[in-house]
Design a protein around this ligand. Structure first.
Ligand code: SAM
Length: 466
């Protein structure tokens, strides 16, 4: 049995397995690599991923180390223009000559609205490249086919930490939606082949939308996760969380549902008191038949995920009535920082939204030429020891920015020894404002029930006064 590529991708890409193609920095495309079986889908070269700047036959992406750069195919079957749209990879790629930030910018041709022109480029230009990456929950979250709103990495990393999802945990999740959270939680609880007496980490996931349930079921099987996730097609408000009448004995719960308070009564330790009806009558208690889906031997940690504060209020109120404690709410305000290097004296402002004129670029190039010619003069100048010391100090001052980053490190004969990617001042910019609100995260704990037997066992183990 093979382990999910999300958990152990191995050193190289494989046929019939998921790979994530990185077309540009934020443009990822999940692809199941096809084996080289000769003719595929009507094309002699086999399955091909087509992008605006080149075509990538699966055969060129098989059995290569993860992270490899893949060059566009030189062979043109004439099929590429026709297949562009279907692969959904048409709006990105980059040129092989690009470096650093430039790689991630759309070239002017990529922004061309004229699709005919773009198709011609695709056929003619074979200089493009992509990178092939192993699947991870983070990459899957950015590239998965959306069926619903999803939980993103900044939220789920914090949630999994707070609900104490760890190798060997059993986790209940509802609803499964597009499976973004599911993938992250599988990795968090996975513990391979646990030692005797230890539980196997597992996710019990619930989804009531039939089509989403089937899509998710297929994805889990394609990703080798079907034995780690037990997916049930159910409305949890009415049906609760037992599986085949048995308790999953969950240690942690995550609810991404419109009305978490409707699911909470099913997540008690004992059958909750039925609310009195309009006549004030309480339904007869049948406690003996009720099974809790929670681990009776541990405190259970929960998170509910709701976009509106009204949902939070109702959830918190239900939690209090049902005995949950340590209730608190958190909102994750994630902020991306863009870090790049800028050459000293050059401020091209390309990614600051400044309208660059040809004159700006000319000035910048002239300034660069000046810096380089000064550096050549410095190299040619005869030195005595004192002067050397002084100029070295001076150079260090000049070439170091306010943060102490070295801009250029001249070598023995003045030639820069700094590798190109280390050149320039390190500049960090935040996004101008915090992006959209995702959801409010409500956390709570349901303590373990402490019985007379537990007390007797504890007293025997730790006798008081001894
Ligand atoms: N957390 C998911 C992710 O990261 O991809 C997204 C969940 S989506 C926002 C909410 C899901 O809950 C929907 O797919 C919806 O069909 C499901 N859902 C809503 N009410 C439900 C119920 N009573 N029982 C089970 N699933 C339900």
């Amino acid at each position: 049995t093979t382990i999910s590529p999300f958990l152990d991708p191995g050193p190289r890409t494989k046929a019939n397995s998921l790979a994530i193609l990185q077309l540009s920095r934020d443009n990822l495309l999940p692809v199941y690599l096809q084996p080289p079986t000769g003719e595929h889908d009507g094309y002699a070269e086999g399955a091909v991923v087509n992008t605006r700047y080149g075509s990538f036959p699966h055969s060129t992406m098989l059995n290569v180390p993860w992270g490899s750069q893949i060059r566009a195919s030189k062979v043109d079957t004439g099929s590429r223009g026709r297949k562009r749209k279907r692969d959904g990879a048409d709006d990105a790629c980059r040129e092989a000559t690009g470096t650093g930030d430039k790689e991630n910018e759309e070239s002017p041709a990529a922004a061309n609205e004229d699709s005919t022109a773009a198709v011609k480029t695709a056929v003619a230009d074979t200089s493009g490249f992509i990178h092939i990456l192993p699947p991870t929950p983070e990459l899957w979250t950015t590239s998965l086919p959306h069926r619903t709103q999803v939980v993103y990495t900044p939220d789920y990393s914090y949630i999994l930490h707070r609900i104490r999802a760890r190798p060997g945990s059993v986790l209940i999740e509802a609803g499964a939606g597009s499976g973004s959270f599911t993938h992250a939680s599988v990795r968090a609880v996975y513990n391979g082949y646990p030692a005797e007496g230890q539980r196997k980490g597992k996710v019990f996931s619930f989804e009531f939308h039939e089509q989403r349930y089937h899509m998710m079921k297929k994805e889990l099987s394609d990703h080798g996760m079907d034995r780690l996730v037990h997916l049930t097609h159910r409305d949890v408000y009415n049906g609760g969380f037992l599986v085949d009448g048995k308790s999953p004995e969950a240690d942690a719960v995550f609810l991404d549902l419109p009305a978490p308070w409707e699911a909470l009564p099913h997540l008690s330790r004992r059958k909750p008191q039925t609310a009195p009806n309009s006549d004030g009558a309480v339904a007869e208690d049948n406690q003996t038949e009720w099974v809790s889906p929670l681990n009776p031997k541990k405190s259970v940690h929960i998170c509910t995920f709701s976009p509106c504060i009204e949902q939070v209020t109702r959830t918190v109120s239900a939690m209090r009535r049902l005995g949950w404690v340590d209730i608190d709410m958190v909102e994750i305000a994630n902020r991306k920082l863009h870090t790049s290097r800028e050459r000293v004296g050059l401020n091209l402002n390309f990614d600051r939204g400044v309208n660059n004129s040809a004159r700006d670029v000319e000035e910048a190039l002239a300034r660069l030429e000046e810096i380089e010619s000064r550096s050549r003069e410095h190299a040619a100048k005869p030195r005595d020891d004192d002067e050397d010391m002084e100029s070295a100090d001076e150079a260090a001052k000049l070439d170091t920015d306010a943060n102490g980053n070295q801009a250029v490190a001249p070598g023995e004969n003045g030639a820069p020894t700094t590798p190109p990617w280390m050149e320039g001042r390190l500049i960090t910019r935040g996004e101008p404002e915090i992006k959209t609100h995702t959801s409010y995260l409500v956390f709570a704990v349901l303590p373990m029930e402490w019985t007379d037997e537990d007390e007797a066992a504890a007293a025997a183990k730790y006798p008081l006064g001894k």
